[in-house]
Design a protein. Sequence first.
Length: 366
Amino acid sequence: MARVLLENVTKVYPGNVLAVKDFNLEIQDCEFVVLVGPSGCGKSTTLRMIAGLEEITGGTIRIGDRVVNDVPPKDRDIAMVFQNYALYPHMTVYENMAFGLKLRKFKKTETERRVKEAADILGIGELLARRPKALSGGQRQRVAVGRAIVRKPEAFLFDEPLSNLDAKMRVQMRTEISKLHTRLSTTMIYVTHDQVEAMTMGDRIVVMRDGVIQQVAEPAELYDNPVNTFVAGFIGTPPMNFFSGVVGRSDGRFVFREETFELPLPEAWNDKVASFVDQEVEFGARPENIGSPTAEATPDVPRIEAMVEVIEPMGAETYLYMNTGKHAFIARVDPHRKCRVGDRLALAIVLDKSHLFDPKTTNVIV
């Protein structure tokens, strides 16, 4: 297994279309790193450059100790799992999994051993004689992963491998891929547009937008301390709520003022918000920090008054879609809380888990 290093990697397509800009990332040996972002952010292009399927315009890519900028894909010692499985329809499962080893002139006994070992790991031993058309989507994806495993590459690359599966199968397969990473102790680079996949699978997550890295961090760090409004709004389900307003002063304290409510800001924020008095800011609060049982049970907590527009019971929790008259937001409340559409509620808010952002730069203030 190997470390993967990208230094100042850039990709420009004909017509001066910038797909990836000055990409710098070090992926440690045996690390599971997820590239996540909306469609067109450059994540798949980055993965394909690592694989050698796209030429880089500038920068350096290293796999292990080798610079692989000009090394063809077949010689990079990586294995890639695609969104569409890319199985040969006329071959059996066994033949699909053994095909890469056959091209490399592996002995028949070694090929059989590796295919059986991979099939046992993935639970597809009874499928080896079938052809792809006789398999479900989840089974085909396991075969595609198995074909990668038998090669024992230095790194595995996954390009949105679960996009074609139904919701239940996606949950099952992402768990299996995570288990596979632990079992194989191998370097994995995984691309997805689904932030839930990213949060549940990655040791570290790389959030991308318009070809540029926005933040690289472990899942909890990314969730708790986003560096800008894009990361804050992209990571989390439901996403972070944003309120536009200004920083002011009241009774010797800094406050956040919106047309319909005012919130005292934590004193620990004083040094960072002092220079933003009378300036526009974005106040961010996650749904679980508005109207939650913990917040509601805390005495003297500030509240936001708003009208209930939609109620979504989720079983273990309920989402309330609220409107202050100026801002819409989502609150995650106790599922047993009694309310109806049209009710006006005063919901407690946890301030020390909230954020302030500079709308000019979109960067976090505190």
